[in-house]
Design a protein around this ligand. Structure first.
Ligand SMILES: [Fe+2]
Ligand SMILES: [Fe+2]
Length: 280
């Protein structure tokens, strides 16, 4: 199968089974395809993206009556809220699957190793989503039982080219996930849910490689420019360094992702913010 056809299938497919189809090993990458930017993903009815709006208090509400507020990390203690958190994490993975496929279509002239890397990460995101779905089902919920937002899909205008994609996905969203995964794993372990903690550990380990991919391509695309300056020049508000970290900065994970000390120090000096713009 050709990489373009596979990527179209992943983005536009409207069943979870399609989103989970792993890339065939013999996937053929062709050059000279036209740029294709798909505006929105195909989805099963229960996973249609619902527009988010914020209340004055800053909490997130989705549509009339359907609360999409994700419980805070303290909710891990309550299995029902834990399932709700895992539902939100599965939604992040679903969007990651789709957007890595989206990028294959949007950047047909990007270097071949970059495009191959996108597909390799996509396969990891499929495993992550499947693991979260298995956990939330064990906790009595199904994926689609709660409304889902389009947090990543809403940032398409940030994904101008492959460099901006690496900065937004690899060095902002996935970068912050190095901190969130560790915090969620610790919270799951603290309440005795070892199986959930182990899923989060696996996602954390893979995320280190995904951030490494973002870092490597930032360096390749920007040559001798200082990486911190290069990152800041190719990411724009509301994304940026304040969204590339959690409240606690996992320096070790960043070192393992290959990020240099000067970049980590610069990130350490930035106060983290939530998507709402509030301090974290
Ligand atoms: Fe993931
Ligand atoms: Fe990832």
């Amino acid at each position: 199968m050709n990489a373009r056809d596979y990527a179209i299938r992943i983005v536009t497919g409207d069943t979870l089974a399609t989103k989970l189809e792993p890339p065939p090993p013999e996937l053929a990458f062709t050059d000279g395809d036209a740029e294709l930017r798909i505006a929105a993903p195909g989805r099963p009815p229960a996973l249609q993206i619902v527009p988010a709006r914020r209340s004055k208090s800053g909490s997130l509400h989705l549509g009339p009556g359907r609360q999409a507020r994700v419980p805070p990390i303290a909710g891990m203690r309550d299995p029902a809220q834990r399932a709700r958190i895992l539902h939100a994490l599965a939604n992040h993975e679903l969007q990651a699957i789709e957007l890595f496929a989206w990028a294959v279509l949007a950047y047909p002239t990007a270097p071949l190793p970059f495009r191959r890397g996108l597909v390799a990460i996509l396969a990891d995101e499929q495993r992550h989503m499947a693991m979260y779905i298995a956990r939330l089902e064990t906790l009595g919920t199904t994926f689609g039982a709660h409304p889902v937002t389009g947090h990543f899909w809403n940032k398409l205008d940030h994904l101008t080219g492959p460099l901006e994609f690496a900065c937004a996905m690899g060095l902002t969203f996935e970068h912050a996930n190095l901190d969130f995964c560790g915090d969620y794993a610790a919270a799951a372990r603290a309440c005795g849910d070892v199986a959930t903690a182990e899923v989060l550990d696996q996602v954390h380990a893979d995320e280190i490689r995904h951030v490494h991919f973002g870092w490597v391509w930032l360096r390749r695309f920007t040559g001798d420019t200082d990486p911190w300056q290069a990152y800041n020049a190719h990411v724009r508000p509301p994304l940026g360094p304040a969204r590339a970290r959690g409240a606690r900065l996992d320096r070790d994970a960043r070192r393992r992702a290959g990020i240099d000390e000067a970049f980590i120090d610069a990130l350490d000096a930035i106060a983290p913010t939530r998507p709402s713009g509030q301090p974290r």
